[in-house]
Write a protein that binds this ligand. Structure first.
Ligand code: URA
Length: 195
């Protein structure tokens, strides 16, 4: 099986088997979308209303801003893969609980193992806390971290604020755009180090 087939098989299996309690109230799972052979994997927090309705991540206002940032570095959705820490919408968009995050962890971990991205871009504090606990996003946004995990192995993470944070805050918007522009340079460095 190639990466595309493996990812599709995983997502179908987990849509049947995921034990996350959020499933009960969600319309459907939002597994993720994009290229299974992407070098960049974006990980947000949880699906919102529009994502719950469509089954596709980041289709609302935050997603539009994400598209704008992608195009600022000449990328399209098809070039990357995008998913969330939890695959079901929390009621009223509340924060996902530790139990809900734990229930979706295996799904996320297997997605990462199939895609084997060169870089994982965390969007917002939940994704940051999941992989790099104890760091304050206001201090580490725009920075790359190297971490090793038993399931996913060695991985480079790049920390961003969540695109939704920029919707009503002009200075946050500028910060995100500035941080985003560093991604190609970080990626180039990883490519060089791994060749
Ligand atoms: N916010 C997220 O974190 N994920 C989505 O898919 C949409 C909005």
């Amino acid at each position: 099986m190639d990466k595309k087939e493996s990812l599709a098989t995983l997502n179908e299996k987990m849509m049947r088997e995921c034990t996350c309690a959020l499933r009960a109230e969600a319309t459907q799972a939002v597994p993720g979308k994009g290229s299974a052979s992407a070098e960049i994997l974006f990980i947000g927090e949880a699906p919102g209303k529009k994502e719950d309705e469509s089954g596709v991540p980041f289709v609302g206002a935050a997603g539009k801003f994400l598209d704008e940032m992608l195009s600022s570095i000449s990328l399209k959705r098809e070039d990357i893969y995008i998913t969330n820490i939890v695959k079901y919408r929390p009621p009223d968009n509340r924060d996902p609980s530790p139990e809900e995050i734990a229930a979706c962890r295996e799904w996320l971990s297997e997605q990462i193992q199939i895609i084997q991205p060169k870089i994982i871009v965390t969007l917002g504090r939940h994704a940051l806390e999941h992989f790099i606990p104890g760091e304050k996003i206001s201090l580490v946004h725009g920075q790359a971290f190297h971490r090793v995990f038993p399931d996913i192995g060695e991985q480079v993470f790049f920390v961003l604020y969540h695109p939704a944070a920029a919707l009503y805050n002009g200075s946050m918007r500028a910060t995100l755009l500035e941080d985003f522009k560093k991604i190609p340079r970080v990626l180039e460095k990883i490519r060089k180090n791994s060749s």
